[in-house]
Design a protein around this ligand. Sequence first.
Ligand SMILES: Cc1cc2nc3c(=O)[nH]c(=O)nc-3n(C[C@H](O)[C@H](O)[C@H](O)COP(=O)(O)O)c2cc1C
Length: 172
Amino acid sequence: MKAIFNRRSIRKYTPEPVSPEVLRTILQAAMAAPSANNTRPWHFVLITDRTLLDQIPDFHPYSRMITQAPLAVAVCGDLNRQPNQAYLALDCAAATQNILIAATDLNIGSVWLGVYPREDRMHGLSSLLRLPAHIVPLTMVVLGHANEVKPPHNEWFPDMLSVNYWGTKPAL
Ligand SMILES: Cc1cc2nc3c(=O)[nH]c(=O)nc-3n(C[C@H](O)[C@H](O)[C@H](O)COP(=O)(O)O)c2cc1C
């Protein structure tokens, strides 16, 4: 619960690298995500090469922070394992959220960068990472040691709730 509420989009990082042990745990958390029919259609491309990281803002307009980060993970889906692109997107979103929560728990700052369904970002990332045609990039997560502090979430939105029938409010 602490990691869920403390997770914030961190867009400023120190130059310190993320250790291989921590990175492995974060990726293992990603691999623990649910997936439709348990197909586990994920492929995670670790982007550590500075020249690759620095090219991402060329095709992604909201990714400037990546030029200061030590690492990003491109969360991709394998069409050979899950041919339905909607399921692929949902499965990769679940894995992405696990990465963010695991990173928070391990004191690593993170931010989700949207890729799918924006064709220009998908094409840009596919060609940069030389992805084969059956591997679709869905999201990216930038990772690094946080160099900014943000307050935890504690919002409560009653408008987002119904019980049994639409518009009937639960007593919560
Ligand atoms: C599908 C999706 C796409 C996002 N794309 C970007 C992005 O391209 N760049 C960025 O800086 N943040 C991106 N974010 C992060 C949101 O801006 C952020 O989650 C939201 O403002 C709430 O802030 P918080 O994460 O600190 O709670 C994205 C989040 C989601 C779920």
